[in-house]
Ligand binder design. Structure first.
Ligand code: SME
Length: 159
């Protein structure tokens, strides 16, 4: 049984604890689906205010839905489309305070208002994107982005 109790006073500590729990979860496990599934569950349990947390994988230049927590979501997203596709095409994190203001945003769940997507890159190649959605406006700040970039670095070695 894994029982991570992460209750940090500030975001930097929260994400440091989260990254270390994630390192422990994926250690020694080579299966990418298992690691994405546990990562989605850990993030979902740890970060407050989310309505979706999960992965889209780079399958031959198209994003295909991977393990996640939340409501069923769109299955395939082309590079350059929506927030996930923008992260995939640019290899840069995308932090969106209000998805209605993001041209081409793909509404999988009408409840989603803000979104953070971080590319997971290994040897210069996109492996997957980590996508977090929230029903709250501007849920994600620069600390969340930095924290998720750190999680993506752990995941780049585990997927
Ligand atoms: N909103 C995303 C699509 C994926 S869902 O949020 C799970 C986008 O615009 O890329």
């Amino acid at each position: 049984m894994y029982d991570f109790k992460i209750a940090a006073a500030d975001k930097a500590t929260l994400y440091r604890d989260l990254a270390s729990a994630l390192e422990g979860l994926v250690a020694g496990e080579p299966d990418p689906v298992a690691n994405m599934a546990n990562a989605a569950a850990l993030i979902w349990e740890t970060l407050p205010g989310l309505n979706w947390a999960g992965f889209y994988r780079n399958i031959s230049g198209e994003l295909v839905l991977g393990p996640f927590q939340g409501r069923p979501a769109c299955i395939r997203i082309k590079f350059g489309e929506g927030v996930c596709g923008a992260a995939a095409a640019s290899l840069e994190p995308q932090r969106v305070d209000d998805v209605d203001q993001f041209p081409g945003h793909i509404a999988c769940d009408a409840a989603s208002v803000s979104e953070l997507v971080v590319p997971i890159v290994r040897d210069g190649e996109l492996v997957a994107v980590l996508d977090l959605d929230s029903p709250a406006r501007a849920r994600f700040d620069a600390d969340d982005e930095a924290g998720c970039v750190a999680l993506a670095k752990v995941l780049a070695r585990a997927l």
